[in-house]
Ligand binder design. Structure first.
Ligand SMILES: [Zn+2]
Length: 530
């Protein structure tokens, strides 16, 4: 449904400013917002109209933390985000972007990517070659890509446990510069994942220095459990010494012993802000996280790519060491398993689709094996291609983090196309915020929650021409029923549409109507606003 002019009538408009939503009509002309006026002021006569009675109309949501880098490459439309009212996704998070790669690194990239992405045929090399390809395939939502530090490292150093020499750092910097010239929105890191787990702070400072004062460094920090505070300190140091803005991805504090302490972490962030650094953050509204199953392994077991990891998991001597480390921990390593327990690790997706929807503790009983043996068995049988949902947070901490100033929302949805039982955040993050954290939980007012999902991320991530409802901006809009919007959270049966999304508009065209995605792919790749 596309018309040169459309009048959206009868709705309550949450314009992204943070103020209370108020009744208003919106005139859309040629894909942009032409006027926003009190009800009845804009004549409806002779105009196509869209009824928004009983609905809140907001700017299309901006998901600042997505892993749907591969969505354009899929033949099937990935509608998991647009059905939530998300019209723009920031991809390339946690240090992993799908470019650049090259002749020497393509094998390492292919095998690392398949731990969590559906099989990918890396036919591209440079950043622009990749974006040319994704442009030609088309986007369901707007695509705002970050460059991944892990990807840079794979391109230059492979998967080894090494530090770059001056030449290696120079090459990484050159690739980073090229991506920034090619429209990257900043650089992300994932310091728990190989090969970034082998990097030190100085390497990150040297690279973030390329971003510039307005540049953005986003980070899945080195630790989110016992070492959260030292990880925040490292992030702040990188921002200060690299001279850029920093954004903490999916802020959380894992492990029972740390529950209830979120305000302590926020105090450190506030101190850095008061000291002049731009520090922002996002959350997803659940007590459970999700990542690749290999993330349960300690860093020394993660070096040298799939071959190295699988060889260690086949060596009796190494397995004895693994058992000791899993039991006793390692200094500076926040063990996911210690934070969640084996009954808090739910296998979500595997290459073969066996084991899905059961915890490691349940599988241990079923298979009559010790839990660690179950983990090793799954990783070996699935050749590391498995992901998990992990219950390691207290939701009160998540609410505290969301209530804090300038916290945004990201789905952290894992790459589409692998099937299985992905974390429900892939389908319901934004509706759940509006249902559980706003309507029922009163963590924030509706107007302020909308600001955190729209104009604030537009400003911080430099998303052009979007994020507010005012004349001149692109008509990316969502209309929802404030009394019912939500998403049922069922970790073992997650694949459901949210409730309460009435319609979604992109560039003036309605693309979601009720439960129907109308297509075609109307998103575009964005480049950072000046
Ligand atoms: Zn992450």
């Amino acid at each position: 449904m596309s018309a040169p002019e459309m009048l959206i009538r009868g709705g309550t408009v949450a314009d992204g400013s943070g103020g209370d939503p108020a009744p208003a009509d919106i005139l859309v002309r040629e894909g942009r917002i032409a006027a926003v006026e009190p009800p009845g002021v804009i004549p409806g006569h002779g105009r196509q109209t869209l009824d928004a009675s009983g609905l809140v109309v907001a700017p299309g949501f901006i998901d600042v933390h997505s892993h749907a880098d591969n969505a354009p490459l899929l033949d099937e439309d990935d509608t998991t985000k647009i059905r939530q009212g998300i019209t723009t996704e920031v991809v390339g998070n946690c240090g992993f972007s799908l470019a650049p790669t090259g002749a020497e690194s393509v094998a390492a990239m292919t095998s690392f990517a398949r731990r969590i992405f559906p099989p990918l045929d890396f036919t591209w090399a440079g950043w622009s070659e990749f974006t040319d390809l994704t442009d030609s395939r088309g986007y369901v939502t707007n695509y705002a890509p970050l460059l991944g530090h892990g990807t840079l490292r794979i391109a230059v150093l492979g998967m080894a446990d090494v530090k770059p020499d001056a030449e290696g750092l120079k090459r990484m910097g050159e690739l980073l510069d090229k991506a920034l010239e090619g429209g990257a929105f900043g650089m992300s890191s994932g310091l728990v994942y190989p090969p970034a787990v082998f990097s030190d702070t100085d390497e990150l400072i040297a690279l973030t220095a390329h971003l510039g004062r307005d540049g953005l460094y986003t980070t899945h920090m080195r630790g989110e459990g016992n070492s959260l505070l030292s990880s925040i300190a490292e992030t702040v140091r990188i921002g200060r010494e690299g001279g850029c803005r920093v954004h903490i991805s999916h802020l959380k504090w894992t492990g029972k012993d740390n529950w209830g302490n979120m305000s302590r972490a926020l105090a450190d962030i506030h101190a850095a802000i008061d000291d002049g650094l731009s520090v922002t953050k996002d959350i997803y509204p659940y007590p459970a996280g999700s990542t690749m199953l290999t993330a349960l392994l300690p860093p020394p077991f993660l070096a040298d790519g799939d071959e190295g990891v699988l060889a260690r998991l086949s060596s009796p001597e190494q397995l004895r060491q693994l058992a000791t480390i899993m039991e006793q921990g390692l200094p500076g390593w926040d063990s996911h398993q210690h934070a969640a327990g084996w009954d808090g690790v739910l296998v979500s997706t595997t290459a073969s689709h066996r084991y899905e929807g059961k915890t490691i503790a349940e599988l241990a009983r079923i298979l009559d094996l010790p839990p660690l043996d179950v983990l090793v068995r799954i990783l070996r049988e699935e050749e590391l291609r498995a992901s998990m949902v992990i219950f390691s947070m207290h939701e009160d901490d998540v609410r505290t983090a969301f209530a804090d100033r300038d916290t945004m929302v990201g789905t952290d949805g894992l790459p589409p196309g692998s099937g299985g039982k992905p974390h429900p955040r892939l389908f319901g993050t934004f509706p759940r915020i509006l249902g559980e954290y706003v309507r029922k939980g009163s963590v924030l007012s509706l107007g302020e929650a909308i600001r955190r999902m729209t104009s604030l991320p537009a400003k911080v991530f430099r998303i052009p021409d979007r994020g507010s409802i005012r004349p001149g901006l692109v008509a990316d809009l969502v209309a929802f029923a404030p009394e019912t919007i939500d998403h049922e959270t069922d970790y073992r049966d997650p694949v459901h549409d949210p409730v309460g999304i009435s319609w979604v508009m992109q560039g003036g065209s309605v693309v979601v109507s009720g439960r129907n995605y109308l297509g075609p792919r109307r998103g575009r790749r964005l480049t950072p606003a000046a």
